[in-house]
Design a protein around this ligand. Structure first.
Ligand code: ADP
Length: 490
């Protein structure tokens, strides 16, 4: 299928380095594949260290002038970029569905979410206030500036091809830092389309570059990004394993890092929960993006008194989920990103069966679509010995654990090295406070499945990461404090 776009210019097969659309030095390319069909949509450059270095040097050249612009002028450009994304939302959504697979309506919602970061951070950067501190000596003044950290780099995953790049680039650009971004090899086209619009609205050359590469190129691109002394900050979203490696690499030149890594989200449903709320949340926290998000509910812990009613409702909900290619208007979930992703989900389900789990619905590959399409699956009898209780399943599988006491649920929920998002459902305010405070997670969703917003601090604790994205906290990661000690004021 060829992609039908109102503006075919948004689909690029070159990278965007220092204000120019370029091929790899070697001329080598790799295919971007539609996960629904396995067909190549486009070829993009296989870049490495040399191209990445050039992008970083371009960013360094652009840095001073970009940082010297008035915050309101940067904000205007970012607002124009957000507007351009919204004006082209249908095309951006089509590109995203083609490379990532999510239903086109969901892709369009992601485009709006992705654009919101440019709008919000542009406005917020007008309020990067400094500080004066009462000094311990009469002739002294203590003044603190908050200044852009310098050249930044971003590395993003495939599950949110537009929002992950913009969540990083928006705060960086807003406060005056250029960014060189490496999108995931599975989904570079959405990031490149944002760069087309950035160029169109007049973001200067070098301020926002995109370097593309295949899986084998990622260590070369990442190696340059993490070793180049011009780079002052890395923002990474992806696996804990790669995050740890990049953090280690960044230590050699003491770069600031923010990491948004894996999760293993518990979803706690207490006896006094509103079932409608909990089921509406499962629909989001389990089936959005076919369960391929780092905040997807991974362990669904349900109290004994509501367990059977909850399971019945999840099965009912899951029967309404339509598995189909993302361009099919009926689709509520599309394909998984690739065949290895499906193999992992199938392995988790087989493991659950072998350990006595009861598969009430689904449990296998979609008969008609095959390959990367997994059925909505509901399994009961889960416990912490299961593979899926310890690793992210990243698929449309709801595995239900039964618990008796609140303290058991909290203990099980915290029994993981991860700490990104947790969900809790209860109508008892005291319980919500108790559980909310006891859960070792960076984000707690209370009676909802939606938590992501540009206004809110997104991020995790423990091995789920460092730092926060979104909100005024997200801007801090791109700023340095400078203390000025003024003496001689007599
Ligand atoms: P996922 O399991 O979501 O694919 P990864 O951590 O493997 O998570 O990938 C997230 C991003 O990190 C992708 O852009 C990928 O290309 C990149 N990446 C993977 N390995 C490295 C590496 N060694 N150095 C730099 N980037 C890497």
């Amino acid at each position: 299928m060829t992609l039908q776009l109102s503006d075919p210019d948004l689909l690029r097969s070159q990278a965007y380095v220092d204000g120019a659309w370029v091929d790899a030095d070697s001329g080598a390319t790799f295919p971007v594949v539609d996960p629904a069909t396995g067909d190549a949509i486009a070829q993009v450059p296989r870049m490495g260290a040399a191209e990445t270095r050039r992008a970083i040097e371009g960013a360094e050249r652009a840095r001073e002038a970009w940082a010297a612009l008035l915050a309101k002028d940067r904000a205007r450009l970012l607002r124009d970029l957000a507007d351009a994304m919204l004006a082209n939302a249908d095309d951006l959504a089509a590109i995203m569905t083609a490379e990532q697979g999510k239903p086109v309506g969901e892709a369009k919602a992601e485009v709006a979410y992705a654009a919101s970061f440019f709008e919000w951070f542009g406005e917020e950067a007008k309020r990067v206030y400094g500080e004066t501190i009462p000094a311990p000596m009469p002739e002294r003044r203590i003044v603190v500036l908050r200044q852009p950290i310098g050249v930044t780099v971003g590395i993003t995953p495939w599950n949110f091809p537009s929002a992950m790049p913009t969540r990083k680039a928006a705060p960086a650009l807003a406060v005056g830092c250029p960014m060189v971004l490496k999108p995931a090899e599975q989904t570079p086209l959405s990031a490149l389309a944002v760069a087309v619009l950035a160029e169109r609205v007049g973001i200067p050359a070098g301020v926002f570059s995109i370097v593309t590469g295949d899986a084998e190129d990622a260590p070369l691109i990442g190696g340059e990004m993490t070793s180049n002394p011009l780079v002052r900050k890395l923002s990474f979203t992806g696996s804990t394993e790669v995050g740890k490696l990049l953090m280690e690499q960044c230590s050699r030149t003491v770069k600031k890092v923010s990491l948004e890594l894996g999760g293993n989200a518990p979803f706690l449903v207490f006896d006094d929960a509103d079932l409608d709320d909990a089921i509406a949340a499962i629909n989001v926290a389990k089936y959005r993006n076919a369960g391929q998000t780092c905040i997807s509910a991974n362990r669904v812990l349900v109290q004994a008194g509501i367990h059977d009613a909850f399971v019945e409702r999840v099965v009912e909900l899951s029967k309404t989920v339509t598995v189909a290619p993302g361009f099919d208007p009926a689709a509520t979930i599309g394909p998984l990103i690739d065949e290895p992703a499906l193999a992992k989900v199938a392995r988790h389900v087989d493991d659950a069966r072998a350990r006595g789990g009861e598969v009430l619905l689904g449990g296998g590959v979609h008969e008609q679509h095959g390959r990367t399409f997994f059925l909505p699956t509901v399994i009961t009898g889960a416990d912490m010995s299961w593979q899926m209780s310890n690793e992210e399943t990243f698929g449309p599988v709801t595995a239900v654990h039964r618990f008796e006491r609140e303290e058991d649920a909290i203990r099980i929920a915290n029994d993981t090295p991860f700490g990104l998002a947790a969900y809790l459902f209860s109508r008892d305010h005291a319980r919500i406070w108790r559980a909310g405070e006891a859960l070792d997670y960076g984000m707690i969703a209370i009676n909802t499945g939606f938590i992501s917003a540009a206004e809110a601090p997104f991020g995790g604790v423990k091995e789920s990461g460092i730092g926060r994205e979104g909100s005024h906290h997200g801007i801090e990661d791109f700023l340095e404090l400078k203390y000025m000690a003024w003496a001689g004021i007599r």
